[in-house]
Design a protein around this ligand. Structure first.
Ligand SMILES: O=C(Nc1ccc(C(=O)N2CC(c3nccs3)C2)s1)[C@@H]1CCCN1
Length: 143
């Protein structure tokens, strides 16, 4: 990678971050209050590999999780856990380009299928819940 940067040029990297969640079968949680398995992830569009520009992703879970700071240094940049509730987690992206400052995103973990009015849907309990956001990372004067 050359050290020379190209002035006045911006490179846009689209990413998608968020979570999927599925209800745990009741029989598998006899001694636990955990009701769902969820995976939080950061990917490119259509699941594209982002490791050509993302070096490391740090997921910060709720402090009640063991080792709540989870560092992932290779694709796929994701964490899978079980739990019983929804909470905000942070996602810190560090980049391959050493001059690019890290970016921290925030995501509200979603476990329940909500209706338009915010009530919890009782539709298909076995259908995975998905909650993802689209973001564009803009790198200026790339090398
Ligand atoms: O739910 C919520 N906060 C949550 C924080 C952590 C949650 C969780 O699921 N877990 C902690 C982890 C552990 N279980 C056992 C030992 S550590 C499984 S839920 C809030 C409260 C009101 C609305 N949302």
């Amino acid at each position: 990678m050359s050290s020379k940067r190209t002035k006045g040029v911006a490179v846009v990297y689209p990413i998608v971050y968020g979570n999927v969640a599925t209800l745990l079968p009741q029989k598998k949680v006899p001694d636990s209050d955990h009701t769902h398995r969820w995976t939080v992830s950061v990917k490119g569009l259509n699941g594209a590999d982002i490791s050509h520009f993302v070096k490391k992703v740090t997921f910060k879970l709720h402090e009640t999780y063991s080792n709540p700071v989870r560092v992932v240094e290779q694709q796929p940049f994701e964490i899978t856990e079980t739990g019983w509730g929804e909470f905000e987690l942070s996602i810190k992206l560090q980049f391959v380009e050493p001059s690019e400052k890290h970016v921290t995103l925030y995501h509200n973990l979603r476990l329940h299928p909500y209706e338009e009015d915010g009530s919890i849907s009782t539709a298909n309990k076995n259908k995975p819940v998905q909650s993802f956001q689209y973001e564009e990372l803009v790198f200026t004067d790339p090398s």
